[in-house]
Ligand binder design. Structure first.
Ligand code: PEP
Ligand code: MG
Length: 875
């Protein structure tokens, strides 16, 4: 029988799969000799077993748990039934991957009607004892019996009001006793059973409840969002209680060893004196800065600084540490690698390399690829901010970003409106884990309560979502749906702008400006490039996009979609003239004009690319995409082209296709209209010739799309080569260029060896290749693919992340055949998967040379290629 319960001193940090992150780190800290309250961990395996049995604890788990409890009792000299040395414990969840606030916690377990009196006597503080008891009654009721929070809170708030108390601390011990008695009635009214008085029963029920919480809705949503598997279960940690609420020399707090927003190497955290457990994280009271602990409890501060340095050095990473102080004695309750903004992650990684703690290779694995996006997003324009009307400047910059949207006051409303395409800002006194879906749907989150480690702050930062917390100068009234601020009132659906970098909020929508890079970003990305094997190019054709991609260090252009250049008003007219006219001369005139436009366009692109390789793909979409739609447009175009509406409609009907995606598109267009590709090849090489005169040696790569047979490619290549030869003769210039194909059809994959012999390069068009491998229309798959994923028919949407078994296998076959036939063949990927970190991990293991993606995905792709390379080195 496997071991299902581990004492803290029996584990270590590498047992996360079994003990969860929290349990493994508690064990590690215990072994390091740090002041960790004793306890034990019930494994994830026990959780999986519990859920598999239809929510029932096996006898084996129960037996091992009782045995560990006994040993634990002997070690601490405390017992649930002892008069002098009462044992009280906390019960907390702890999955392998941290899911902050997503599952449940119970504190002060072991108290009952008898033990509460013992605790009162022992501490000589009945108020404290009954405060602990009422917290247990409430937490246990909510977590184990699903009693609504309001059943307790309404009574508690009413009691305070009735007796004129402002703070919880004002309630007397008799008052708390009365509240406890009422809470016990709440059990009977809501759960139809009394609060269990036997501590062992409490413990077993609590463990089961934590196991069940693995499957609650908010935990599932969180896992979906963070790609955490649903079948790994959570561990449960049972730990001796230490009391942060036992007077003014006690307290509880959370601190990061470095600033999680900026990365500054300075202790950053908050604490509350005379408070218990989750008070800081829950954000109900606004906590104090950790720096003031130095004045209030200097020895504790000193001890904490030491522990934080030791933990950071040990884990070689910034730590997020939870601590409790009981009568000036420091206890560490948790440590984990701290969540941080992308900006902080880069700064910390760079600093740790400079401090000699990490190597460059280790450093590049420390930044989550997904988080890079947040660095690249815009911020508000300085001048626009100066003129904007301020709503609040009292808030904390919990998570960066610049967001504008309409105000909503509930998570449900946020979700509903976002589904209708509206941009919303969720404003609440505080958030709780139930709000997760609304938070995902919002552009930004604003709260009045709570600090930098409140639920809203931690969760938003993890998502890379703009968030401002602790706006104490606002009155957010979720019932009447108003926000009162110094300058007036904001109503539901009014527009506001939220600056997550400064913590400020403004009236109306404010103009934004693009992101600025920091020195740390440049240094970090330079290391990522050094470590990476795969190169990263961009898919782009407009000037701003190309400039952005090169700013992000793209190594060339992997895909210019030439059709995107046909949609300007004058160009479209000529394209339509070419497609619609039956008179050969008119068609040639139209094509000549298009050639001139294209030459100009290509000249701009090649000038921006300079001597970096640039792939231009020849025309790909079905011709009817260029045709007028609707009666009015048809009438206008007929006039423009000087043909009758009837003629035009006839031609439109001729060009109609039942399945355009499988129809007359890609290289098939040039089989029937050879002059199209010839014209484009002339424009490409004409622009290259002009630039050569200026001394710029471009590296053009001409790409033919949607090829499925070698003969298609050979025929079109011959036409292009002939026209370029002619151009060289006319200009007297010798021009170099490559000519290759996209691999977008399963057949092309299967004949890749023969194709390679004719090509200089391949580029996998994974959008079409996925479409054609599955037979899922790219345009219609959105209607059903979510159902596939929800029902586990597909693990992921194959248009977003490579399907290794099908599409991936085809790519593997094609790459292997092609490289065998022609080892010098350059191979790239330019579909959407070229920018997806997981897919990049797959491509990096094949003989592929580069990936290409949209400009803003370039830094993420570079980092993903580096991380994949480090990962490969480890295998
Ligand atoms: C592809 O099919 O993956 C591709 C890059 O081409 P497009 O998306 O333009 O069809
Ligand atoms: Mg394609």
């Amino acid at each position: 029988m496997s071991k299902l319960v581990y004492a803290f001193d029996e584990g270590h940090k590498d047992l996360k799969d079994l003990l969860g992150g929290k349990g493994a780190n508690l064990s590690e800290m215990k072994c390091l000799g740090l002041p960790v309250p004793d306890g034990f961990t019930i494994t994830t395996e026990a959780c999986i077993d519990y859920l598999r049995r239809g929510q029932s604890l096996s006898d084996e788990v129960k037996a091992q748990l009782t045995e560990q409890l006994q040993a634990f009792s002997e070690r601490t000299g405390k017992a649930f039934s002892s008069d002098d040395n009462l044992l009280l414990v906390s019960v907390r969840s702890g999955a392998k991957i941290s899911m902050p606030g997503m599952m449940d916690t119970i504190l002060n377990l072991g108290l009952n009607d008898e033990n509460v009196e013992k605790l009162a006597e022992k501490t000589n503080d009945a108020r404290f004892a009954y405060d602990c008891y009422r917290r247990l009654l409430q937490m246990f009721g909510e977590v184990v019996y699903n009693i609504p929070m309001t059943a307790f809170d309404t009574y508690f708030d009413g009691y305070k009001k009735e007796h004129g108390y402002v703070n919880d601390a004002d309630i007397s011990s008799d008052g708390l006793k009365e509240i406890c008695n009422h809470y016990k009635e709440v059990y009977v009214e809501n759960a139809y059973k009394p609060f269990p008085q036997e501590p062992l029963d409490q413990l077993l029920e609590a463990v089961e409840a934590v196991f069940r919480s693995w499957d609650n809705d908010r935990a599932r949503v969180y896992r979906d969002l963070n790609d955490i598997p649903h079948d790994i279960g959570t561990a449960v940690n049972v730990q001796e209680m230490v009391f942060g609420n036992s007077g003014s020399k006690s307290g509880t707090g959370v601190a990061f060893t470095r600033n999680p927003v900026t990365g500054e190497p300075k202790l950053f955290g908050e604490y509350l004196l005379n408070a218990q457990g989750e008070d800081v994280v829950a954000g109900i009271r606004t906590p104090q800065d950790i720096a003031t602990l130095k004045e209030q409890l200097p020895h504790v501060h000193e001890a904490f600084v030491k522990v934080s340095e030791q933990l950071e050095a040990h884990y070689k990473d910034m730590q997020d540490i939870e601590f409790t102080i009981e009568n000036e004695q420091l206890y560490i309750l948790q440590t984990r690698n701290g969540k941080r903004t992308a900006k902080a992650a880069m700064q910390i990684a760079v600093d740790l390399v400079e401090e000699g703690v990490l190597t460059k290779e280790e450093a590049v694995t420390k930044v989550d690829v997904k988080s890079i996006d947040t660095l690249l997003h815009p911020t508000f324009k300085e001048e626009a901010l100066e003129e904007a009307e301020v709503v609040s400047k009292a808030g904390l910059p919990a998570s960066p970003g610049a967001a504008t949207g309409r105000v909503v006051f509930s998570a449900e409303e946020a979700k509903l409106r976002a589904e209708q395409g509206e941009k919303v800002i969720l404003m609440r006194p505080e958030t709780s884990p139930e709000d997760i879906e609304g938070m995902i749907a919002s552009e930004a989150i604003v709260t009045t309560h709570g600090g930098m480690t409140s639920h809203a702050a931690v969760v938003a930062r993890g998502m890379g979502k703009c968030c401002v917390t602790g706006c104490s100068d606002l009155d957010i009234d979720t019932v009447n749906k108003t926000v009162t601020y110094a300058g007036g009132i904001i109503n539901e659906l009014d527009e506001v702008s939220v600056d997550g970098a400064d913590g400020d909020i403004y009236v109306g929508a404010i103009e934004t400006t693009s992101a600025e890079n920091s020195e740390a970003f440049d240094q970090f990305m330079a290391w990522a490039k050094e470590v990476a094997r795969l190169k990263v190019r961009m898919n782009a054709e407009t000037k701003p996009d190309i400039e952005a991609g090169y700013q992000f260090d793209a190594m060339g252009i992997g895909l210019v979609r030439t059709e995107h250049m046909f949609f300007g008003a004058e160009r479209l007219v000529e394209m339509r003239r070419f497609i619609l006219s039956s008179d050969q001369e008119t068609r040639i005139q139209a094509l000549n004009k298009i050639r001139d436009y294209q030459t100009e366009d290509f000249e701009q692109i090649f000038r921006l690319s300079g001597e970096r390789p640039t792939i231009v793909r020849l025309l790909d979409p079905p011709l009817h995409e260029f045709l007028p739609k609707g009666d009015d447009e048809v009438r206008n175009v007929a006039q423009q082209l000087n043909i009758s509406e009837q003629q035009l409609n006839k031609r439109i009907a001729e060009l109609h296709e039942t399945n355009p995606m499988l129809g007359h598109r890609g290289c098939r267009l040039a089989i029937t209209y050879p002059e199209l590709y010839v014209m484009q090849a002339e424009a490409i090489m004409g622009s290259v010739a002009r630039l050569k005169e200026e001394g710029i040696n471009c590296q053009p790569e001409i790409m033919i799309p949607l090829v499925s047979t070698v003969e298609e490619f050979k025929l079109l290549k011959a036409q292009i080569v002939e026209c370029v030869d002619q151009l060289m003769e006319e200009t007297g210039q010798s021009l170099t260029y490559l000519i290759g194909t996209m691999i977008e059809t399963p057949r092309a994959c299967m004949v890749a060896g023969a194709l390679a012999e004719e090509c200089d390069f391949f580029s996998f068009g994974t959008n079409d290749l996925t479409q054609l491998t599955y037979g899922f229309s790219r345009d219609d798959a959105g209607k059903f693919i979510n159902e596939y994923v929800t029902n586990n028919i597909l693990a992921v949407d194959p248009f977003q992340t490579i399907d290794r078994d099908g599409v991936g296998a085809l790519i593997d076959i094609a790459v292997t055949q092609a490289k065998a036939a022609k080892p010098s063949l350059k191979i790239g990927v330019c579909g959407e998967l070229g920018g997806d970190p997981k897919s990049i991990g797959y491509f990096n293991n094949l003989a592929i040379d580069y990936v290409s993606c949209s400009p803003f995905r370039v830094p993420g792709a570079i980092l993903a290629t580096a991380q994949s390379e480090v990962e490969r080195g480890r295998l």
